[in-house]
Design a protein around this ligand. Structure first.
Ligand SMILES: NC(=O)c1ccc[n+]([C@@H]2O[C@H](COP(=O)([O-])OP(=O)(O)OC[C@H]3O[C@@H](n4cnc5c(N)ncnc54)[C@H](O)[C@@H]3O)[C@@H](O)[C@H]2O)c1
Length: 443
């Protein structure tokens, strides 16, 4: 066994391993907190001074982490949030969890990875273990990260170790957390894979080792493309069901009784968040270099991105049935976050539905989301209404449920609305209601 493996093993056992996490967002902060609460000194690096200051003041901003845990690790000086990167020199293992967005043309933007890697380069020490966690296209670790880190003459796999290990965190998921969700690890050589696995093993119980960073990078994209394609399939079938008079929700629930070979996916107003919407495009972009068209990815994206238009048309139809016009109708959107019970607004389809309705001259639109106090719509700030109650619900001509937060009282909503456009089957427990227009129910 290589000496470095023995050294890291000892450091893990004696809790003297020092960890660094670059990028303290939805992925990085939970990871940093996990290491810190296990007793390892953990530096958290972020370029956003606001995030660093909030953490220093024990002001937790990630909903899934308990405030008292953040309080404790800051109090115990186990989590050390920083804007400066010098302390990278002290770390044995450094994780990179910075954003990987796309450009306006939907091409990958790996500039955050490049800048985080440069911060490491300036402080790189012999024997450090670097682990990229940001979702990206196959080849990023070896073709972009590795050459930057080798600029000052150190050799990867020899002087320092490098691996890719995708993140699987599912914000809002009460069952699958960091410690019980298996992780995939692919290093640039065997020793890198081993070291990155050992470090992960401090906070995660099951590790799947693969033969290269590219396998791990591609694996993550497969997971997200799988979801995107299956959601698109059911979204397409929901539209067909609306025409042929069959309820897609009943269809999916019936199919889900098959104990093998089927996994239920449900229709909705479109997809959002930082992952499923963006990641597939990383692969389509890369495929073009190889004269390859990723038809499934593009078709799925097209279908999913069409859903907010479909929902907007459902609302217009409901307005047309009433005595109001588009200009005078009052519409309330319920749920602005991209999915249930989270405070993440990124690429939320509800934003798109709002914008599309405005473009079609529906001028009186409000929204309510206890997790999202305000949004920007066409460069204007719109603030969530404070609450919903029977009187407030009655004052709208159409209620649109775009996100099915569990805190909403769906019975109260259904009982007091003129009409509810339900894109999530959130009102499924409300019996005998005639004012619910459900996406894909075939009525
Ligand atoms: N959010 C999820 O549920 C999720 C799940 C799996 C994978 N991922 C992937 O993980 C990565 C991070 O996503 P996220 O949701 O945590 O993003 P985020 O925007 O919540 O957090 C990223 C953080 O990185 C910081 N940052 C940006 N550039 C930096 C730099 N050069 N140095 C230091 N800090 C920098 C930002 O200020 C921000 O705080 C992305 O690649 C994403 O696709 C996200």
């Amino acid at each position: 066994m290589e000496m470095i493996i023995e050294q890291i093993k000892l450091k893990i056992e004696s809790k003297s391993l020092v960890v660094g996490v670059i990028g303290l967002g939805y992925v990085g902060l939970p990871l940093a907190v996990e290491f810190a609460r296990k007793g390892y000194k953990t530096y958290g690096f972020d370029t956003d001074p606001n995030k660093v200051n909030r953490l220093k003041n024990k002001d937790n901003y990630i909903q899934d982490i308990e405030n008292k845990v953040v309080d404790q690790v800051i109090e115990d000086k186990l989590l050390l949030p920083l804007n400066e990167f010098d302390a990278i020199k002290e770390c044995d293992a450094i994780f990179i969890s910075v954003p990987t967005p796309f450009t306006v043309n939907k091409d990958p933007d790996i500039s955050f990875i490049v800048s985080a890697t440069n911060s490491i380069l300036n402080n790189l020490q012999k024997n450090q273990i670097i682990i990229l966690k940001s979702t990206t296209f196959p080849g990023t670790t070896e073709k972009y990260v590795m050459p930057i880190l080798e600029k000052n003459g150190m050799k990867s796999g020899d002087d320092f170790y490098l691996a890719f290990s995708p993140e699987r965190i599912d914000p809002g998921n009460k069952v699958w957390k960091t410690d019980n969700t298996p992780v995939v690890v692919g290093g640039i050589n065997e020793v890198s894979t081993e070291l990155a696995s050992m470090v992960h093993n401090v906070v995660v119980s099951i590790i799947k080792k693969v033969n290269s960073p590219s396998v791990a990078e591609m694996e993550k994209l497969l997971e997200n493309i799988f979801r995107s394609v299956n959601i698109a399939l059911v979204n397409e079938l929901a539209q067909l069901c609306d025409r042929i008079g069959v309820n897609i929700w009943e269809v999916v629930d019936a199919a889900a009784t098959k104990p093998f070979g089927f996994m239920p996916f449900y229709p909705g107003p479109g997809i959002g968040g930082h992952c499923i919407l963006i990641d597939p495009y990383y692969l389509s972009w890369m495929a073009r270099e190889y004269d390859f068209v990723t038809k499934f990815i593009e078709l799925a994206a097209e279908t999913n991105e069409d859903m907010p238009y479909y929902v907007k048309n459902m609302v217009i139809k409901e307005i047309a049935k009433q005595e109001v016009t588009l200009k005078t109708a009052k519409v309330l959107i319920l749920g602005m976050a991209f999915k249930r019970d989270v405070d993440d607004l990124r690429h939320s389809p509800a934003l798109k539905v709002f914008e599309l309705m405005l473009e079609d001259n529906i001028l009186n639109i409000d929204y309510f989301d206890p997790y999202i106090p305000s949004i920007q719509i066409k460069n204007k700030k719109v603030v969530s209404i404070n609450e919903i109650n029977p009187e407030i619900i009655k004052s709208y001509d159409v209620i649109v449920i775009t996100t099915d937060h569990t805190s909403f009282d769906y019975l109260m909503i259904a009982e007091n609305s003129k009409v509810v456009v339900d894109t999530r089957n959130a009102c499924k427990k409300v019996e005998n209601a005639t004012n619910i227009v459900l996406l894909g129910d075939g009525k």
